[in-house]
Design a protein around this ligand. Structure first.
Ligand code: NIG
Ligand code: FE
Length: 354
């Protein structure tokens, strides 16, 4: 095949998603438009907990059937490696079910999936008002997830878990050989980012309310900041991660979709547009952040993230004469062909497929 006149780049590495779940939450958009906040919607039984209910009810076959089309569309938009988190089961049985589904989905889609256990995503109804006991429970079941997940994650923010919870969880997770990641500074800065960096987390994700001192600490660390601009976009926030300040402080940045029922984008090309328009990142910074740095954030940079001898042939061909069309064309799919491990997907099998 020929790619004359087109632009070739590494496949996207989408390093933060919650792409496996049952149901949808389309009614919440109208609630947000009326002015309800994410935490208010959560307080009314919406948000993570409503997806938890649907996901607990769903048998494995249904969960996989709902998730596969999403993963295929993500692939058709150019993502060749995707991280998928648990976090809608919130008990041992259902978290295991989710990660088992990720493992089975990976056998079907032409995408490498990296699994993350985020039992500490929300406090489930059985533990309402008892987050300490729930964290104890999550810590106690960690060994059961060693085979199914590479990373342990926590939602450390107002209305969720504290930096102290993170410290306890990560201490145990590291002992067991998991990598660690954290949702931090999305709603408020409650100190979790500092704890995560000091504990050697692979990535700190969201990072909207991060202060100067923490940015400096991050710049002097090995931890990658995974920025998710689609989330403030759907929450109609005016504040985005301070990407320019982070880059000036020598931080390594990754970009990802955060694909979840609250932020339903499957398109890394759209995330690049947002990163440029809302965070003033250059197209070159965006390409690095959405490919190679994403691969570092998932511990797979030896296999993908750049076009190099010895790595997988995970290649994205853009229907564009140069890379400047990425970011510039908003919300549409300019992928013409996606190549995964040397296998070519184009036409109905690739970006034009439904
Ligand atoms: O990364 N902030 C916490 N978790 C997800 C949202 C999950 C959901 O709303 O279902 C996030 O944005
Ligand atoms: Fe997330």
């Amino acid at each position: 095949m020929r790619a004359e006149g087109q632009c070739i780049m590494p496949g996207f590495v989408d390093s933060h998603t919650h792409a496996l779940f049952s149901g949808s939450r389309e009614k919440e958009l109208g609630m947000r438009v009326k002015g309800l906040s994410y935490l208010e919607i959560l307080g009314q039984g919406g948000g993570i907990l409503s997806t938890m209910k649907r996901t607990r009810e769903a048998p494995e076959a249904l969960l996989i059937a709902e998730t596969l089309p999403r993963l295929k569309r993500m692939f058709r938009h150019g993502s060749t490696t995707i991280e998928v988190k648990s976090g809608y089961g919130l008990d041992k049985k259902n978290e295991l079910k989710m990660l088992n589904c990720v493992r089975n989905a990976a056998k079907i889609v032409p995408v490498d999936l990296v699994s993350t256990f985020i039992g500490a995503h929300a406090v489930p109804p059985e533990y309402k008002g008892r987050p300490d006991q729930y964290i104890d429970h999550v810590i106690s079941i960690l060994p059961d997830f060693r085979e199914l997940a590479s990373y342990v994650d926590i939602f450390c923010d107002k209305g969720a878990f504290t930096a102290e919870h993170m410290h306890r969880l990560f201490t145990e997770a590291r002992e067991l050989g998991f990598g660690t990641k954290a949702h931090v500074d999305e709603i408020e800065n409650i100190g979790g980012t500092r704890t995560a960096i000091e504990m050697g987390a692979t990535s700190v994700d969201h990072m909207v309310k991060t202060d100067d001192d923490t940015i400096e600490l991050l710049g002097n660390s090995e931890t990658i900041a995974c920025l998710l601009p689609a989330t403030p976009f759907v929450l109609m926030e005016n504040e985005y991660p301070r990407a320019r300040d982070m880059l000036d402080a020598n931080c390594a940045l990754a970009l990802a979709t955060d694909m979840n029922p609250n932020c339903w984008t499957e398109n890394m090309q759209f995330v690049v547009s947002l990163a440029m328009l809302q965070m003033k990142m250059s197209i070159e910074e965006c390409i690095t952040a959405s490919t190679l740095n994403g691969a570092y954030a998932l511990g797979v940079a030896d296999k993908c993230g750049s076009l190099e001898v010895g790595k997988n042939a995970d290649i994205l061909i853009l229907d564009a004469p140069n890379h400047l069309h990425l970011g510039y064309k908003i919300g549409i799919n300019i992928a013409s062909t996606v190549i995964k491990k040397g296998r070519i997907y184009s036409g109905a099998q690739g970006p034009q497929g439904t």
